[in-house]
Ligand binder design. Sequence first.
Ligand code: NAD
Ligand code: UFG
Length: 345
Amino acid sequence: MGTKVLITGGAGYIGSHACVALLAEGYELIVLDNMSNGSPAALARVRKITGKVFDVVEGDIRDAELLDNMFSSQSIGAVMHFAGLKAVGESCAEPLLYYDVNVGGTLNLCQVMREHGVGNLVFSSSATVYGDPATLPIPEDHSLNPTNPYGRTKKVVEDVLFDLVSADEALNKPFWHIAVLRYFNPIGAHSSGLIGEAPHGIPNNLLPYIAQVAVGKLETLMVYGNDWPTEDGTGVRDYVHVMDLVEGHLSALKKLVRGGRHGCSVWNLGTGIGYSVLQVIRAFEQISGKAVPYEIVGRRAGDIAACWADPAKAKSELDWAATRSLEHMISDGWRWQSTNPRGYE
Ligand code: NAD
Ligand code: UFG
């Protein structure tokens, strides 16, 4: 088996943190990223944090020839597939682009993996595949009903991965070992403050928006509705520290490779605890010592009231549980934002 882990999307937010966690555990890496939302500077910082070197290929997951060359020339044994587009609003305006990158890019990757005999794959899915949950907390066998094109691309990829495994089952030696990880709301940053979330333009997500208000880049946070059926009327989410999240990837990879788990397994990666928008604002103000002025406005299209994980399956099968508190997430995220107010620019 190949010795390196290919990290697609390694120059992005979660991928760069995964690189740090993998290098710290002694894995060898190769990163593939087209830099559409990632930054070479993030990878330079990964090298600084870990003191380790690794190859970076700037290119697109849809480029079959490039992937074929990479798998021919490098000793790749497993893939963590983070590369993709993730903005819900943009996916509604540009569905073809989203299906092309997220679905087409993954088909291309799987095709080349198959041709080169590499069957170990950890895939970044999202809690968005559950849609508006019928029950809380959400277990992995909850029905899937994504409500936007981005979420549907994740669901289609999940379906494809299950179909690959079904086709495989007739074989004596099953080929695919796949982990589908459904992330809840990743936030925070590496404790060094050297890498973190650096969204291009105005952030869509709550935490980077709050951080940019606190640092003076944006004026006022818009809180999307205080009439949701939650304790204080604002939306409730399961925020999970990005380092906990990437440690979940390491546990999944070990299960697939060392544990020899074949087939396609799904695990939620969340804490199992929900916090409201107002609770997050208050915690952020306390930790940063900065005021976060906000205004209650109407609900955002496509939002849901509340969403949090049942993380029991990951605990029992991967021996993984998130350990970092909301305060820890905010404090690490604030260290990154306050020392890098312009991200990697
Ligand atoms: P990100 O945008 O920071 O990272 C994605 C990386 O993929 C970027 O560096 C980008 O340049 C790269 N990329 C995009 N299209 C590419 C292509 N065609 N070829 C090669 N590289 C390409 O996003 P992230 O937050 O790190 O998310 C990583 C993965 O996790 C994504 O698949 C996303 O859908 C999923 N996810 C993220 C969240 C979240 O809240 N951040 C939640 C659930 C799931
Ligand atoms: N919110 C605001 N103001 C903002 C941004 C967000 O009030 O400026 C509220 C939202 O209404 C929601 C909560 O803060 O109640 C969290 O919103 P985010 O946009 O940070 O996160 P979402 O739960 O809407 O979605 C995120 C990712 C999706 C992913 C999903 C589940 O954007 O891609 O988590 O993992 F699928």
